[in-house]
Design a protein around this ligand. Structure first.
Ligand code: ZN
Length: 620
């Protein structure tokens, strides 16, 4: 009887899951319009702004915002962030900023010095400078960097919206998108801390105002050109756009205009004035404007079409050379079962194969101490039998396998960032989430995922990383690595109380990292519905608030109902639903950039079922 009702419940849950997936699929449509992000030769992130029509100005703003008029903008690249002080100093330019901090926006910068920086950056990348350094005339034909026209700036800020702000008309939301008078505490802040606009541009509504290339004229909109307008031929002042740390909410609106005469390079501009660069027409892929017919619609048509989702798969035979003790659940057979299953089901041939790359010690020691790395190497090669405790059995080739496990994760991250794949699964071992900075633990040698997190941040320059850990055990090592770090949101759902003993709800992070560590302990016996509820009620809102730049999954499948170690009742279909939820988060926040890393999962068939279901969702 008990068994019968359990089956009924599973059926009901499956039905619910199918229903739950439908809106998830629909929501992914939004992300189809998220423009491409590139990194320039000098390491600066730029967003490819799609060409399109928009309504410039506002009927309800100041007189100089009228008349509202239709404008066509060709595609261009725009800096994702305001220029920061450390970038400016690269070219031996004296930093004029008042609020000194390498990661803060540059300010007190006059217009000519901003133009000079554009030229220096162009030269550093072998591009043709746009500005004549005597007349300060801008050549729009040159392929280098320049300041945006006023029309380009407003178009990029609006990102397809016609509302007061890029997030709508509700001024109360401004504090989540901008540093301005009410929340800045009277100073600038590091760039990229607030939510980006719909096209992924940060700080468009606040932090510092931004220089445009155009001269300012109050009456300019009356005779503004229709296609790629460039401002009046000459005037005394240059245009400033976007609110600053000292602006009222009204001055942070998308259409707000102001100006400043700081063209004289002997004086400093205000400490609320900075800038960002653009690159123009040589990169524009749509020089000819289509007819000026409808509103917003045109812009979605001009957006890059969504690429077919390609999923990467990391595997290498070296992972089988990490031998544990006879009968140990963390055995090479786990990976053999996964690969066999993917081949049998015809999925293997559809995956983009990735092989681990060599790992320099720089990445290992981003998380582990050099002494520990050395001890791991020696213990394996000397045939010690185990590392640190009986908990981590090792063999002579375990160190090589552990390095390759890390290398597999790094390779998957590179493949996603280089847009070879949209997401990737790493079928690696040994697992990693229990490994501490100076100690092996729970079958884990190196914390593969924690190292990957630092790699995404340092190698690829992304700021905010979301880690979702659904292994049945709490990821004590990962929690410890980022406990005080607000740039990493660690979310773990696990059986509790259970090994390794950590993971209670009150472990919320420390210092600056307070509330960036979320543990959701669940009692033994929890199943699909419990996990899905936790993901919907706790993970989704937290991820939305955090708005990650990259998502990593600690994908352990030992919460499976047949697992040898865990006592949970999750099915393969349940893992598919969890995957769908995380995938939609990645699609909404960061172009679907997601790398999933195998942790536990000790029942060969249960593991193969679960990984198959997981990968099928990633490939959709
Ligand atoms: Zn586990």
């Amino acid at each position: 009887m008990a068994q019968w009702s359990e089956k009924l419940m599973i059926k009901a849950v499956c039905l619910l899951l199918v229903l739950a997936i439908v809106p998830g699929c629909r929501r992914t449509k939004d992300t189809a319009s998220m423009p491409e992000v590139i990194k320039t030769k000098t390491g600066i992130e730029m967003v490819k702004i799609p060409g399109g029509w928009f309504d410039m100005g506002s009927k309800n703003g100041s007189p100089d915002e009228t008349p509202v008029h239709r404008v066509w903008i060709s595609s261009f690249w725009m800096d994702r962030f305001e220029v920061i002080q450390e970038q400016f100093k690269k070219y031996q330019l004296p930093d004029p900023s008042h609020f000194k901090n390498p990661k803060h926006p540059l300010e007190q910068i006059n217009w000519t010095d901003a133009a000079l920086y554009c030229n220096d950056r162009s030269r550093a990348e072998g591009l043709e400078p746009c500005y004549d350094e005597e007349t300060w005339q801008c050549s729009f034909q040159a392929n280098g960097y320049r300041l945006p026209t006023e029309a380009e700036w407003e178009y990029a800020c609006r990102a397809g919206t016609g509302t007061k702000f890029s997030f709508g008309n509700n001024v109360r939301k401004l504090k989540t998108y901008a540093w301005f008078l009410e929340n800045s505490s009277g100073k600038t802040h590091p760039v990229g801390q607030k939510k980006p606009n719909p096209w992924g541009l940060y700080d468009m509504h606040g932090n510092v105002s931004e220089w445009c290339n155009d001269f300012y004229s109050e009456n300019y909109y009356k005779d503004s050109k229709e296609k790629n307008p460039k401002g009046p031929a000459e005037a005394q002042e240059r245009v400033l756009r976007g609110g600053a740390w000292n602006s009222s909410a009204g001055s942070c609106r998308s259409s707000y205009r102001t100006s400043d005469p700081s063209i004289d390079d002997t004086c400093l501009a205000s400490d609320a004035i900075g800038f960002r660069c653009v690159r123009g027409t040589p990169l524009g892929d749509n020089p000819n404007a289509p007819p000026n017919t409808s509103t917003g619609e045109d812009m979605t048509k001009e957006n890059p079409s969504k690429k077919a989702s390609k999923t990467g798969f990391v595997y290498d035979d070296i992972y089988l050379e990490h031998k544990t003790t006879e009968g140990h659940p963390e055995a090479p057979q786990r990976l053999v079962a996964i690969v066999d299953r993917l081949k049998t089901k015809g999925l293997y041939s559809q995956l983009f194969k990735l092989s681990p790359k060599p790992v320099s010690s720089e990445w290992l020691t981003a998380v582990h101490t050099p002494e520990y790395v050395e001890r791991a190497k020696e213990s394996c090669e000397e045939g010690a039998g185990y590392l640190d405790s009986m908990d981590v059995p090792i063999s002579p080739k375990s160190y090589k396998a552990a390095l390759a496990a890390v290398g597999g994760v790094l390779c998957a991250i590179d493949a996603v960032m280089e847009k070879k794949v949209t997401n990737a699964f790493c079928a690696i071992r040994p697992p990693g989430h229990h490994a501490l900075k100076d100690m092996a633990k729970g079958f884990c040698i190196f914390n593969n995922l924690a190292i990957g997190t630092r790699y995404v941040q340092k190698k690829h320059g992304l700021l905010k990383i979301l880690i979702v850990d659904w292994d049945v055990h709490h990821g004590n090592g990962t929690q410890a690595a980022f406990y005080n770090d607000p740039s990493v949101l660690y979310f773990s759902v696990h059986q509790y109380p259970f090994y390794p003993g950590t993971g209670s709800e009150i472990e919320k992070g420390g210092g600056q990292g307070l509330n960036y560590n979320i543990n959701v302990p669940l009692p033994a016996g929890s199943g699909d519905a419990d996990y899905v509820r936790v993901f919907k009620e706790k993970l989704e809102p937290a991820a939305r608030d955090f708005s990650p730049d990259f998502v990593l999954i600690s994908a352990g499948f030992d919460a499976h109902k047949d697992d040898l170690l865990g006592s949970m009742k999750v099915t393969a279909q349940g893992f598919a639903e969890l995957t769908q939820i995380v995938k939609v988060i990645a699609e909404k926040c960061c172009e679907g950039h997601l790398v999933s890393i195998l942790e536990g999962g000790y029942h060969p068939d249960g593991l193969a079922d679960s990984v198959e279901a997981h990968i099928q969702v990633l490939m959709r």
